[in-house]
Design a protein around this ligand. Structure first.
Ligand code: ADP
Ligand code: MG
Length: 725
């Protein structure tokens, strides 16, 4: 029954089924998992005498009269007014009117119970809501007296309001759900009663029935507790089992850094001392590297926290053991920059010189001849370190002995990519177990702990929570078009800085002029080069330029031949030019908060004081609340973790959690910003269960595993990893 199509239910025809499908509801089970968005309390009586005229309110009641009145036409336009009289369950009456929406009088015929939300006005001494938002909650049976109707309302206390469509309003969905609840009989619980008791949770049947038809707010709360727990436990179990499944039968390598080895010599040769956070990261990673289980660790750190050093240090551990290491960057630009950084860091130890480390670059721009040579040298083991893009693991690249892989930026690296790594190394013989290299994933996007535990529940996490000393926080200012003279001052500032050998980025949301009217890099570059800074060299980089043109522009900016770089977000991550001290972001409200933070992180990397100017495209009071809140947050703090938490709050978990994007089941009720304690609890529980019973042999665990597989079913990658060995 649960897996049957909704049309199995009485009253659900093909038309309704089609509407339900647009809401993602196809089976009876989908319908039961289509949870209310919120509840209207039909028995709640708002004291009308206390409602303030001019302020917004939601009033609930039964329509007792509905009329349409003709108004005097305006010119040749016909005008009419639908007028309702609505009675609260306490007996008090208010009016509702709709201008030129005569059908409202039919839709809201007497007997209809609805919630009306709008601004409260007054008409002939009575409260009136003009063209309010309406949610139909139900109907009072025909022929009931006023007292009986009020009684009906009191009995329908909490009415669930569902995500609905125009053609399929919430109250119809409610009848369908009620039919489904009647049809299914008691729901099987996938949680063991002992665990339920231990966690103080109600059983599944009770939870599902009360979330749809609660009598009291307490029912809603208990139902929610249980269902949130389910969502998060499934997620954590899925992540743990998936990791377990992946690593099953695979062995890791002992890549423990050698005493006095390459890493130690690198640290000795540094012109600075590692921060405490970097040292702690070394220790944690060293312990992982030595285990026979493959490392899978996330290295998180705010921009400028020094992740690159940790990455190189980790890679060198492989070299200590006679193996190789690869660093994968999301773009060619970043791969090239990583190569430069690594070369500089390793210079004191000798790079591409006898007795030193041999390091190569491999991207899709590498010439065919060079590519062949690099591939040969990787296969023979002559190259120790290789830096590149995803091409490194996707194509027929073979390593003599790949020991460590570092991935810069986590989001494009999923389970299947990690699986692909096992074929990369020739270390294992054909009969032996598969060997997985140690993997370190770096992200410059600070992720709130709650989110990290949710999305990366299967990774171990190291956080670089300390910036190298001597950094001056970037000064951030917010400007809008109403202050043209401040823009002038900013340009003067850039010109003065240029005179001192310092540089400025100007970031635009678009490459070329488009319909949206947003500032384009190409257009703005021309404007700045020709009109504002004819005396300076203004370069341009964006994603549509050829790699060599991009590289040439970057190179001029890096060396100081160019003083201003107009760019799109291609420079968002990792670009490192210490002399760049000014960041201008055009149409700043169009960018996401973490993106803005990353962009700002491109300056403030040297000893000089840096500035970031956020240019809003409209006066601040005309921005959306959200846009304004983002820009304000950025002005207030430079702490990436604080910003990430704000971002999560502003966006909600939904967007961060698009199933297609993350490869994880949707969270419907759980909120990662609010349910932090449940996230922690379910993660610990999942770890314990999976460690004790990796093959879910225990029937209790087998049931859990079944539920996990079902809920991960839309995520093929996840499912494959769970089901196959
Ligand atoms: P991110 O974490 O943003 O990738 P980087 O690794 O690019 O940061 O480091 C930013 C800058 O800080 C680089 O110029 C790097 O050489 C420098 N740096 C890294 N660690 C330290 C340290 N412990 N002390 C001083 N400077 C450091
Ligand atoms: Mg970096």
């Amino acid at each position: 029954m649960l897996d049957d199509a909704v049309t199995r239910l009485p009253g659900v025809g093909p038309a309704a089924a089609k509407q339900l499908a647009t809401l993602g509801v196809r089976s009876v089970r989908d319908l039961l998992e289509h949870f209310p968005r919120r509840y209207a309390d039909a028995g709640e009586v708002v004291d009308l005498s206390a409602v303030e005229v001019g302020s917004p309110a939601t009033l609930v009641g039964e329509v007792v009269d509905a009329q349409v009145r003709r108004l005097a036409p305006k010119g040749r336009t016909r005008r009419d007014l639908a007028e309702l009289v609505v009675r609260q369950s306490g007996g008090a009456v208010f009016r509702v009117s709709f201008f030129n929406q005569r059908w409202m009088a039919d839709r809201l015929a007497p007997g209809t119970v609805a919630a009306f939300s709008g601004k409260v006005g007054e008409f002939r001494g009575q409260l009136q809501l003009a063209s309010p938002k309406v949610e139909v909650l139900g109907h009072v049976r025909a022929g009931r007296s006023a007292e009986e109707a009020a009684e009906d309302l009191r009995h329908q206390r909490l009415l669930p309001l569902y995500p609905a469509t125009g053609a399929l309003p919430s109250d119809r969905i409610r009848t369908f759900v009620a039919a489904a609840l009647d049809a299914v009989g008691p729901l099987d619980d996938w949680l063991d009663p002992a665990l339920r008791t231990q966690e103080g949770l109600v059983d599944l049947d009770t939870a599902v029935r009360s979330i749809h038809a609660p009598e009291h707010w307490d029912d809603v709360r208990r139902a929610r507790d249980r269902l949130v727990f389910d969502e998060l436990l499934v997620l954590q179990l899925g992540l743990q089992w998936r990791r377990r499944r992946l690593e099953d039968g695979m062995v890791g390598l002992d890549n423990a850094p050698a005493t006095g080895g390459w890493g130690a010599r690198l640290v000795d040769a540094l012109p600075f001392a590692p921060t405490g956070a970097q040292r702690r990261a070394f220790d944690g990673i060293a312990a992982d590297l030595a285990l026979d289980r493959p490392m899978h660790r996330l290295l998180q750190g705010d921009v400028g926290s020094g992740k690159t050093l940790v990455a190189v240090w980790t890679m060198l551990a492989a070299v200590d053991r006679g193996r190789q290491a690869a660093l994968m960057a999301p773009t060619e630009l970043l791969a090239e920059q990583h190569l430069r950084t690594l070369t500089t860091l390793l210079a004191p130890l000798g790079v591409n010189a006898p007795g030193g480390v041999r390091i190569e670059l491999l991207t899709s721009s590498t010439s065919a001849a060079r590519r062949r040579r690099v591939l040969d040298d990787l296969a023979s083991g002559d190259v120790h370190l290789v830096v590149g893009t995803h091409a490194l693991i996707e194509e027929g690249v073979r390593f003599a002995a790949l020991g460590v892989v570092v991935i810069d930026e986590q989001h494009r690296f999923g389970v299947s990519q990690r699986v692909a790594l096992k074929d990369k190394t020739a270390t294992a013989d054909d009969d032996g177990p598969d060997v997985l290299p140690d993997v370190l994933v770096m992200t410059a996007t600070p992720i709130p702990r709650s989110l990290a535990l949710t999305v990366y529940g299967d990774l171990d996490v190291t956080v670089l929570d300390e910036l190298p000393p001597g950094r001056t926080p970037v000064r951030t200012t917010l400007l809008d078009p109403s202050s043209p003279e401040r823009r002038e001052r900013l340009y003067d500032h850039i010109r003065r800085q240029a005179g001192l050998g310092l540089r400025a980025y100007v970031v635009c949301p678009l490459v070329e002029p488009g319909e949206s009217g947003a500032t384009s890099a190409v257009g703005h570059h021309r404007h700045l080069a020709e009109e504002v800074f004819p005396d300076l060299d203004v370069e341009l980089v964006h994603g549509r330029l050829r790699a060599d043109a991009k590289e040439a522009a970057m190179e001029r900016f890096r060396t100081g031949a160019a003083q201003v770089l107009v760019a799109t977000t291609v420079i968002e991550v990792g670009v490192d030019v210490p002399e760049a001290t000014t960041m201008v972001i055009e149409d700043a409200e169009r960018f996401g908060l973490s993106q803005l933070h990353q962009l700002r992180g491109r300056v403030g990397r040297g000893a000089d004081v840096s500035d970031c100017a956020l240019m809003a495209s409209q006066p601040l009071d005309e921005l959306t609340d959200d846009g304004r809140a983002r820009l304000r947050a950025l002005v207030e703090t430079t702490d990436g973790f604080a910003l990430a938490a704000t971002d999560l709050e502003l966006r909600g978990s939904g967007q961060l959690f698009g199933r297609r994007q993350s490869g994880l089941p949707d969270l419907r009720l759980a909120r990662i910003d609010r349910d932090l304690d449940v996230i922690g609890r379910t993660r610990d529980l999942a770890r314990t269960i999976v460690a004790a019973d990796p093959d879910h042999a225990d029937p209790t665990h087998a049931r859990m595993h079944g539920e996990v597989v079902r809920r991960f079913a839309d995520d093929l990658e996840g499912l494959e990893a769970l089901e196959t060995g």
